[in-house]
Design a protein around this ligand. Structure first.
Ligand SMILES: [Zn+2]
Length: 746
């Protein structure tokens, strides 16, 4: 069958031109282009020659008839077919010139109809890129691509050319798919371009605290902040999971407690430092946005004194009233340099604040950039209770640190000397000249010695605040052995115990002023004796208070009358007055020195010393508490006997009379001749205008011109007895009638 068919066709083709010679058809175009954009009209120009009637022109695309018209008779007739191609592809356009049942002539050409497609992701994170690809149909076409942004050109920009370009997200979308990219593709040989569009959403996520301001990245130790991941455009916020993380991941500076789009960040490990908080939003298409925030965990820190962090609230710092301690303000971690820290005090009357020598007031503020700041705290008034003063350091961004302070006072006073004088001049403690030195009881309880008022009292003041705890040590820190301290018992019997160093329990022993007797036991140099009260506070602060003392009963200048070429009076058997005068003075000197009196002499040997030289020694060299000139009397009548004591006659001091009366009575008490009494005479050595206003007496023990008395003056026992009487008289006045330091006469 098939072979027969081909044979028939061959015969037909051979026979037709012979029968019907003027039939042919040709397609000369598509008219303009070889390529057409889809959905445009394809114009097909057909030329044909047909000299017979009854033929039709049939237009087919890929063998499927699209239209037909009756063919005209004639030569080289032109006919245009129009085809609206609505799909892309390579098509065979065929025109047949035929009559029913009679195939005559045909011609074909190929035509390409093209379109373009655009593909890529629809989600683009701000700041990131994606690519879009234009794909022409049919495949393999060459041509040119033109890209444009037809909507939302402020939100993206395009980079590149050809069929694939890069899209960069610049700004976030307001709505989903509000960014439109268009590509136009013009195939080679085509005059019209095919186009396609693609919609995009540019999205982003930002870490926020929900308000209009940027998130605060500063968290105080122990504090927390809640951050939100805010998605734009907002309509996208349900689209994807949120992931919170910290960097470095192992950091313990912060802990994260995320719940979907919010995350609580806690500085709960009490470490300062910094870490990075990250939020990630994954709405799909493997597109995601991230934001990060540097978190700074800080802590204000106040340090008073040298105490550590735990101690500052536990025992607190101990600050002596009137004393100072360092107050260091510092910041651990980071805050903006212009941030301020504020130091407040809840009891501003009890402490004051100093920056060097400059007083500052509470609340005190300074910038973070000024930290660390070294200030000074001074104790102004004692605490009512332990740790009743709180200093608090805060910042405007939160966080606080406190330091507890106790202002305390311990005090050691003399009963009748306090303030600076108790240390500067010290107290003159009388030497207990009658001490029996067996020290089984205080000498005040022995007969015939000092009255209670003559003993000095040392007072340990009741500490403030009264709740102050710990121990106080009382020490004779210098001049040990010069004094003895005697504890006063609470009992009526006043049993006294000697103490030299003792610890007092503040809570138990010192709930009131506590006093001790002070006995001058041995003479000292000026302010040689120091008694120290020492308190060690729970924070190791050591505070001391001291008093000074001098154990002495004044100074005496002894003036043995005459000497050298001046023999003084002469006894009936030739005893020269200058000799017993010096002898008596020397014996008296020894006795007074043994009693703790500082003694000097205008002469110590048989030498000539002028009266003005004796005045000079008194006024300029020795400046004694008492000047005592020792003489023996003379008279024409050898019968005259007895004892006299002189004060100056010009203007005499009350103390000179007291001395003179004592000396007169004590000497007469052992000489037992005539009591010639106290007299006044203008002796040069006693003259106040020449002796520096020194209190002084001149004594005449007896009359050397009396033979019996002259003999007595040769006797050592007699002179020892007289010297002892003189000593007792002088000591009594030095101890009982003079307050030390002795004030100069006006
Ligand atoms: Zn004389």
């Amino acid at each position: 069958m098939r072979r027969l068919f081909f044979l028939s066709l061959f015969l037909f083709l051979i026979l037709v031109p012979q029968l019907e010679a003027a039939l042919n058809v040709a397609i000369e175009s598509p008219l303009d282009d070889s390529c057409f954009r889809v959905d445009t009209a394809v114009l097909v120009n057909v030329r044909y020659t047909c000299d017979q009637a009854g033929y039709s022109l049939i237009f087919k695309v890929d063998g499927i008839q699209k239209s037909s018209v009756n063919a005209s008779q004639g030569v080289d007739i032109q006919q245009v077919f129009v085809w609206d191609a609505n799909a892309a592809g390579v098509f065979t356009l065929t025109v047949e010139l035929r009559k029913t049942g009679c195939y005559s002539a045909s011609a074909s050409i190929e035509a390409t109809v093209f379109s373009v497609g655009l593909s890529g992701k629809t989600l683009l994170a701000k700041g990131k890129s994606t690519s879009l690809t234009a794909t022409p149909t049919p495949g393999g076409l060459n041509g040119t691509y033109s890209w444009s942004v037809t909507q939302g050109s402020d939100k993206i920009n395009l980079e590149g050319s050809g069929n694939t370009i890069s899209v960069n997200g610049l700004n976030v979308s307001g709505l989903i798919n509000d960014v439109v990219v268009k590509v136009e593709f013009t195939a080679s040989g085509a005059s019209a371009a095919a186009s396609a569009t693609h919609s995009l959403t540019v999205f982003d996520v930002e870490i926020s605290e929900g308000g209009p301001n940027p998130p605060d990245p500063y968290i105080p130790v122990g504090g927390k902040r809640t951050y939100l991941a805010i998605v734009a455009p907002p309509s996208l916020d349900q689209a994807g999971p949120y992931t919170w993380s910290k960097s470095p991941s192992e950091t313990e500076v912060i802990s994260l407690y995320p719940v979907e789009y919010s995350c609580e960040v806690r500085a709960d490990t009490y470490q300062t430092g910094s870490a990075t908080l990250k939020a990630r939003f994954d709405p799909g298409e493997e597109a995601y946005a991230e934001d990060s925030l540097g978190i700074f965990v800080f802590r204000p820190n106040i340090v008073v004194g040298e105490i550590g962090e735990g101690v500052e609230t536990d025992t607190g710092a101990y600050l002596a009233k009137g004393g100072t301690k360092s107050c260091l303000l510092q910041l651990e971690g980071t805050l903006p340099p212009d941030e301020t820290v504020t130091l407040t005090c809840d009891k501003t009357g009890k402490v004051s604040l100093w920056d060097g020598e400059t007083p500052k007031s509470f609340p005190y503020q300074c910038a973070v950039s000024a930290l660390p700041k070294n200030l000074t705290i001074k104790g102004e008034a004692t605490s009512d209770t332990i740790r009743d003063i709180t200093l608090t350091l805060t910042t405007a961004r939160g966080g606080s640190d406190i330091a507890k302070i106790t202002v305390f006072e311990i005090k050691l006073d003399w009963y009748d000397l306090s303030g600076e004088a108790k240390y500067d001049t010290g107290l003159y403690v009388p030497l207990n000249v009658d001490d029996d030195n067996n020290d089984t009881s205080l000498d005040k309880n022995q007969p015939n010695v000092f009255q209670e008022n003559d003993l000095k009292k040392l007072i340990i003041r009741k500490p403030s605040p009264s709740s102050l705890s710990g121990f106080i040590a009382l020490t004779i820190s210098s001049g040990t052995g010069r004094i003895k301290l005697w504890e006063n018992s609470e009992t009526d019997t006043k049993k006294i115990t000697e103490v030299s160093s003792e610890n007092y329990d503040i809570a138990g022993d010192l709930q009131a002023d506590t006093w001790l007797w002070v006995e001058g036991y041995d003479t000292s140099s000026i302010r040689e004796v120091e008694i120290k009260l020492s308190y060690t506070a729970p924070d190791e602060t050591i505070e001391e208070d001291k008093v000074k003392a001098t154990v002495k009963i004044g100074t005496v200048l002894l003036d043995p009358g005459h000497g050298g070429t001046d023999s003084g009076a002469v006894g009936p058997t030739g005893l020269l007055e200058k000799e017993p005068n010096l002898n008596l003075a020397s014996k008296l000197k020894t006795r007074l020195q043994n009693a703790g009196v500082e003694v000097n002499m205008t002469r110590s040997t048989d030498e000539t010393v002028s009266l003005s030289e004796r005045n000079r020694q008194t006024k300029e060299e020795y400046k004694p508490s008492f000047f005592f000139s020792i003489h023996n009397n003379a008279w024409e009548n050898p019968v005259v006997r007895g004892t006299e004591t002189f004060t100056t006659s010009v203007s005499y001091y009350e103390l000179e009379d007291i001395f003179a009366n004592q000396i007169q009575s004590k000497i007469h008490g052992v000489v037992l001749e005539n009591d010639r009494g106290v007299k006044r005479y203008n002796y040069q050595v006693l003259r106040h205008s020449e002796n520096g206003k020194t209190d002084g007496n001149l004594s005449e023990t007896t009359f050397i011109t009396n033979a019996i008395s002259e003999d007595r003056l040769r006797e050592d026992d007699f002179k020892e007895a007289v010297a002892e009487a003189m000593k007792k008289a002088i000591l009594k006045v030095l101890v009982e009638n003079i307050s030390y330091p002795k004030q100069p006469n006006p």
